[in-house]
Design a protein around this ligand. Structure first.
Ligand SMILES: Cc1cc2nc3c(=O)[nH]c(=O)nc-3n(C[C@H](O)[C@H](O)[C@H](O)COP(=O)(O)OP(=O)(O)OC[C@H]3O[C@@H](n4cnc5c(N)ncnc54)[C@H](O)[C@@H]3O)c2cc1C
Length: 495
């Protein structure tokens, strides 16, 4: 049986590697010159930069990436961090610890007036998180579409699952309100900073269940990876090649057709790739236009509607730095929150610094830094606005980064930016939209998109579909496609 995967992001490579292991003939078609998409990398001279994703999760025993690597007989060298990241918020500098008690003690130091309320907030969040983790351990599909998926979801239910039901329509804001934390502006701002990066929404709109999972999962383990998270993509790609699959770069699929009960993907050079199953590791906004109109009409209306929606863009800076300007003990990951409450347009930065002597990323004496912020795409829709806004945002971000590395400007060896059009060029994401749909009650969980397209043998994985963005999220959807193609839950149960 032949499988084509369009897109060599982590979602598609997960499906491809797992199916290769089962003996399927897998072919991956990747448009760009790199594996990993939003979690990929690029090199300039002697420096290597992660494009977007940098912080790893799910590498602990039982974590999703760990389980998938184990299933494939592989291991992944990720370094667990005691301090997940350091938060710079006005005059506050707050280490965010992985250890739960240490985090609570730090919150008591940083937000003394709210210490007890914060403890009760986290007790509830972590209790929810523990129940959600038990529920999702067998990787049920939400929303269930087939009888087998309903059955899988019902079998996943645990004695504690009913505790989660009252939260189904709640937001993280409701939980902050419940614990009288709405006036704890500094703490709320810290929580919003976490949610926007992981859930693409702030507490006001973020689903309580998804938000609790996000805040809980950091404490299960946050990881630095030598070189970068792109290694996940590369290892999966190599696994496919080493086990009989085929992986091609610079193959951009431009049309999908159905011919004689098989799927045909046609690339930019007119080359035709035929398969029994076609897996699309693409945002839905890119996927739908690949289909001819008669096939589009057969897609579920929810999928068609979502394919019309816009999402966040990202603006990124890539800096190679002389190590001398980096203060000792600078954390590998930091957030800079510059204005009360606003989480976009350079007011919220996520900084990822290479480890000293991570020679995959920079030669001795140098380090690389990737910095990102969320941006609304309307700021970038004309050439005039584009150039001016790029300049403004670059300056604003450099000022923000100075909070972490005060003398950064004197140590810059190389500086590049990634505005939405560059994101579109390198990851083929329309208009540079990234990060999937925000995990609000409107778009998450039972309102997410299924990995099923409604068309036989045509599948979706990646950050548009359940459970959403992040390397764990897209690997989960990749796993769901794999399991659905196999239609054999017993055989595919991960240990
Ligand atoms: C700035 C930023 C920072 C982030 N930080 C983190 C983080 O620290 N940790 C984390 O876990 N997640 C992070 N994320 C989220 C994470 O990177 C993404 O959710 C995830 O990598 C998306 O994977 P994907 O497989 O869905 O899609 P993508 O990574 O977009 O992969 C899709 C691939 O398909 C290819 N493609 C597109 N169209 C075609 C076509 N027509 N034909 C062939 N190939 C095509 C693209 O070139 C791309 O390689 C971050 C995202 C961004 C934008």
């Amino acid at each position: 049986m032949e499988i084509i995967v369009i897109g060599g992001g982590i979602g598609g490579l997960t499906t491809g590697a797992l199916l290769t292991k089962e003996g399927y003939q897998v072919t991956i078609l990747e448009a760009s010159n790199e594996w990993g998409g939003s979690a990929g990398k690029f090199s300039r001279g002697k420096f290597l930069f992660p494009v977007g994703a940098t912080m790893g999760m799910g590498f602990e025993e039982g974590g999703l990436h760990h389980r998938i690597f184990k299933e494939l007989g592989l291991s992944f060298p990720a370094i667990a961090m005691d301090e997940i990241m350091r938060i710079y918020q006005g005059s506050r500098v707050m280490p965010y610890y992985s250890d739960r008690n240490r985090h609570l003690s730090e919150c008591a130091i940083q937000f003394p007036d709210y210490a007890e309320k914060i403890v009760s907030f986290y007790q509830e969040i972590w209790k929810m998180g523990a129940e959600i983790r038990k529920l999702i351990d067998p990787l049920p599909v939400v929303p269930p579409v087939t009888f087998a998926e309903w059955r899988g979801l019902l079998l996943s239910l645990k004695p504690g699952t009913p505790l989660l039901l009252p939260y189904l329509r709640k937001t993280m804001g409701d939980l902050l309100l419940k614990h009288n934390l709405m006036k704890a502006t500094g703490f709320k701002h810290f929580i919003d900073g976490q949610l926007i990066d992981s859930m693409q929404a702030t507490s006001e709109n973020c689903s309580a269940l998804m938000g609790a999972l996000a805040l809980d999962i950091y404490h299960e383990g946050a990881y630095y990876t030598e070189g970068g998270l792109y290694r996940v993509a590369e290892i999966l790609q190599q696994y496919i090649e080493n086990n009989g699959g085929k992986t091609y770069r610079r193959k951009q699929v431009q049309t999908i057709r159905r011919e004689h009960n098989r799927w045909v993907a046609i690339d930019q050079k007119g080359e035709r790739w035929k398969a029994d199953h076609l897996v699309n590791n693409l945002p839905v906004q890119s996927f739908v236009p690949l289909l001819p109109e008669p096939l589009q009409k057969q897609l579920p209306s929810k999928l068609l509607k979502r394919s019309q929606l816009s999402q966040w863009g990202a603006f990124t800076m890539y800096l190679a730095l002389d190590e001398k300007v980096i203060p000792n003990y600078t954390a590998l990951f930091s957030q800079v929150l510059s204005s009360e409450g606003d989480m976009t347009e350079g007011n919220h930065l996520f900084l990822s610094l290479s480890k000293s002597n991570d020679l995959n990323r920079a030669p001795a004496g140098f380090r690389t830094l990737t910095v990102s912020t969320h941006t609304e795409l309307h700021h970038w829709d004309t050439k005039e606005k584009y150039d001016q806004y790029k300049q403004e945002l670059t300056e604003k971000m450099l000022t923000g980064i100075e909070r972490v590395i005060p003398h950064i400007r004197s140590g810059i060896e190389l500086q590049m930016t990634g505005a939405p059009r560059a994101w579109e060029r390198f990851t083929k994401r329309p208009k540079g939209m990234v990060g999937g749909f925000p995990q609000t009650n409107e778009y998450s969980l039972f309102n997410s998109l299924s990995h099923r397209t409604g068309l036989d043998g045509l599948w979706l994985c990646g950050d548009s579909v359940f459970p959403g963005a992040g390397t764990i999220g897209v690997s989960t959807s990749g796993y769901h496609v794999y399991r659905s193609i196999l239609k054999d839950n017993k055989k595919t149960k991960l240990n």
